[in-house]
Design a protein around this ligand. Structure first.
Ligand code: B12
Length: 155
């Protein structure tokens, strides 16, 4: 987090070239007041990790549309832990091949380590509200730290 604005890194993982969804998500999150770094299409897991470190991110949002999300995301949470990053992770899009029911898909990605799993019909207002709620505690802590820093400088 930079200042008191929450910082979010997002991108389409693996070999997936679909970018319309995350581009719209980027705009919705910026409009809602988040600092957003959009890594674009075909993002390797390691780029999510280094961007999260560089941007002091509070959340990583992963998109996948082409049906290979499970293969592309295996190990991502291990890399985040190795980098000592404790942040919120979401995934959304078209997360399976064919018509797998969403509850099965959700459980699969929760097992991989994602905090929240969104279907292709995800409503951005819900995503924004959920993110605000999930980051609420972190945001208040950062705001308090930032206020304490300012107070030290003033005294
Ligand atoms: C446009 C398109 C393409 C374009 C992409 C252009 C680009 N640069 O973006 C091109 C032609 C390149 C393409 C290629 C392929 N595609 Co395509 N493509 C589509 C299509 C028609 C529309 C996708 C789109 O832009 N939708 C509009 C946006 C707004 O919706 P969205 O992406 O779903 O995003 C929404 C949500 O999912 C959500 N969301 C997305 N990500 C995230 C992340 C988070 C964290 C959250 C909260 C929400 C969220 O937010 C958005 C708003 O609600 C879909 C079919 C469809 N109607 O969805 C197929 C589709 C996604 N493609 C498909 C396939 C199979 C492919 C190919 C593998 C085809 C092939 N054999 O070559 C390749 C893969 C290439 C690659 N390496 O990725 C399949 C995937 C099937 C599956 N998962 O089971 C689909 C569903 C078509 C189908 N019915 O078969 N494709």
């Amino acid at each position: 987090m930079r200042g008191t604005r929450a910082s979010v890194v997002l991108g389409t993982v693996g070999s997936d070239a679909h970018v319309v969804g995350i581009t719209l998500l980027e705009h919705a999150l910026k409009e809602a007041g988040f600092d957003v770094t959009n890594l674009g299409a075909q993002t390797p897991q390691t780029d999510f990790v280094s961007a999260a470190e560089d941007e002091d991110a509070d959340a990583v949002l992963v998109s996948s549309l082409y049906g290979h999300a499970e293969q592309d995301c295996g190990g991502l949470h291990g890399h985040l832990r190795e980098a000592d990053l404790d942040l919120v992770t979401y995934i959304g899009g078209n997360l399976a091949v064919g018509q797998t029911d969403f509850e099965t898909v959700r459980r699969r990605f929760r097992r991989l380590g994602f905090d929240r799993v969104f279907p292709a019909e995800a409503d951005f207002d819900d995503v924004v509200e959920t993110l605000r709620s999930d980051l609420g505690e972190a945001e208040s802590e950062r705001a308090a730290e930032s206020e304490a820093d300012h107070a030290r400088v003033r005294s």
